[in-house]
Ligand binder design. Structure first.
Ligand code: FDA
Length: 511
């Protein structure tokens, strides 16, 4: 504890000197555990991973200027303190605010401006902005300029865009990371680089390989997308008594092949039936169509008549209203998109899979049995369809390799609200057993996973000297063969492994 206190005060002194030399004021930027705001700054999205007093960061730095981040990098290197970078704080395993080693958090919440170029149809977005802020800013500027990214408004641009970013327009416009055309980043030497000065290798890795192994991303330049002034949404639910098993089975044959303007996402959970009061499975088909209802109905009739979609199920609205609809914020004012505090106090564990062959009926029934074992409404599976424009990218175009051949991605999620260790163990065991059961139905060699749904069950690094072999255990699952290029770039840009965490790309020594 004594040496940690010493390190802390050395770090503070180092930062103060650095700040003075760049005329920055430490007030409102540097927080120690003695500051009143420290605890609220540390609030975690996932209570399962909230740091205990012995795991808390020595300091939280909330920079306003890049010189303050450069100072943090300089002092961390000098004093051997780890940096965790946090943009929106939604990391599934808390890697942006948690570490077993002495560390500081660089929290990007104040670096969040957005500037839109209407003519070029592009935008510079700083990483501390949230998805909600980006959507809100776009909607104020134009009715038809939009961006393709995730559905949860408080998710941060920094983590989400550098790790992929799947959303309701991904079959038409791909991932957030596929639409990045420039970036600004601070490297391990504290230099500020843009696309030109960082070079194409480094620019490639931060579009799906996660920024965190390579530097601190400051901002991304985005190619915006054009949406119709009116889009159509629906959310139609069916229970087992309403043929849900056959509908989910059929969905797998059409979800990746239908018109790319149509994205039918599927949510599965166990609920109590309003009719007989027993548990049943509810399949909710949550859909965005980039067009009007009269164009949607014939497509649905043609490809998925079994769902029995009728015009009354559909709602026409603007794209920005659809972002509220999918976030479960219907009828709220647009300003709700600007709320950046994530829901806190929940315990959560998530995992992912990719499906390349439809799951047979008997496999779906096995999933229903698992869902019924958990408390109702706690567990949820999301089936997110691929296909469309995602198929037009080669596996190596960006680090995100899950392209042609994938029908859909599965997201497994379990949420609970009491954190006793027996309670947590029960839920985590449940999701691990389900994952093990699913092995026979999903991608193999490697069993692929989505980096933004980070899962330390897949493997974790052994510290600064993690080898290529150790990291391969999880690395090939997120990145397939792109893992090798990620390691090559890491070895070039950060050979001392300054930027590291439990699942960062390791460098290999050239000797
Ligand atoms: P956070 O700040 O925790 O960062 C995540 C990781 O990126 C950490 O390792 C962090 O160090 C690193 N990082 C952050 N900023 C960085 C920077 N500026 N430079 C370098 N490294 C940086 N995904 C999806 O594809 N579609 C979806 O719809 C959703 N929806 C969703 C809802 C909810 C409630 C959650 C919790 C998560 C999702 N996600 C998602 C997953 C989400 O994309 C993923 O958790 C992102 O990494 C979150 O980014 P944040 O910036 O919020 O996280």
């Amino acid at each position: 504890a004594c040496s940690s206190a010493q390190k802390n005060s050395d770090f503070l002194e180092c930062l103060t000197i650095q700040f003075q030399s760049s005329n920055s004021a430490p007030d409102g930027v540097i927080y120690t555990p003695r500051n009143a705001s420290y605890a609220s700054l540390l609030l975690a999205f996932n209570q399962r991973l909230a740091p205990t007093p012995s795991e808390r960061p020595e300091l939280i730095i909330t920079p306003f200027h890049e010189s303050e981040i450069q100072a943090a990098v300089y002092c961390s290197r000098k004093l051997g303190m780890q940096i965790r970078v946090r943009s929106g704080g939604h990391d599934y395993e808390g890697l942006s605010y948690n570490s077993e080693n002495p560390f500081v958090i660089v929290d990007m919440r104040n670096i969040r401006s957005i500037s839109i170029d209407n003519d070029e149809k592009s935008a510079w977005v700083q990483v501390g902005a949230t998805l909600g802020q980006l959507y809100h800013t776009l909607a104020r500027k134009s009715k038809t300029l939009a961006f393709t990214a995730g559905v949860c408004p408080p998710v941060g641009v920094g983590g989400h865009f550098s790790g992929g970013g799947y959303g309701m327009m991904s079959r038409k416009h791909a991932l957030a990371s596929d639409n990045i055309i420039d970036a600004k980043l601070i490297n391990a030497n504290g230099q500020v680089l843009d696309r030109k000065s960082m070079g194409e290798d480094l620019f490639w890795v931060i579009r799906g390989g996660g920024g965190t192994s390579f530097g601190i991303v400051l901002a991304f330049k985005l190619k915006l997308v054009i949406v119709p002034e009116i889009v159509t949404v629906f959310n139609v639910s069916r229970t087992l008594e309403q043929n849900a098993t056959q509908l989910v089975h059929k969905w797998q044959y059409i979800a990746d092949k239908v018109d790319e303007n149509l994205l039918l996402r599927l949510f599965l959970r166990s609920v109590r039936s309003p009719i007989h009061g027993n548990r049943t499975i509810q399949a909710s088909f949550t859909t965005l169509f980039l067009g009007r209802v009269h164009n949607l109905l014939p497509i649905m009739q043609d490809s998925f008549p079994e769902l029995g979609l009728v015009e009354q199920d559909c709602i026409e609205m603007s794209w920005i209203e659809s972002t509220l609809f999918f976030a479960g914020l219907r009828n709220e004012s647009l300003d709700v998109l600007l709320i950046r505090t994530p829901q806190t106090g929940i315990y959560f564990k998530g995992k992912s899979d990719y499906v390349r062959q439809p799951i047979p009926i008997q496999g779906l029934r096995g999933i229903w049995r698992f869902l019924n074992q958990e408390d109702e409404n706690r567990a949820e599976l999301q089936f997110s369809p691929y296909g469309g424009v995602l198929n037009t990218f080669s596996e190596s175009e960006t680090p995100f390799p899950h392209r042609s051949g994938n029908i859909f991605m599965i997201h497994y999620g379990i949420v609970w609200t009491r954190g006793g260790s027996a309670e947590s163990e029960r839920h985590i065991n449940w999701i691990r057993r389900l994952y093990s059961y699913m092995g026979r139905y999903v991608s193999r060699s490697p069993r692929a996973a989505y980096f933004n749904y980070r899962d330390l069950d897949l493997g974790r690094n052994a510290g600064r000297n993690t080898t290529y072999e150790q990291a391969s255990v999880w690395g090939f699952r997120y990145f397939k063969n792109n893992f090798n290029r990620l390691v090559r770039v890491k070895s070039m840009v950060d050979p001392s492994n300054f930027f590291r965490n439990e699942q960062s790309i390791p460098p290999v020594s050239s000797s």
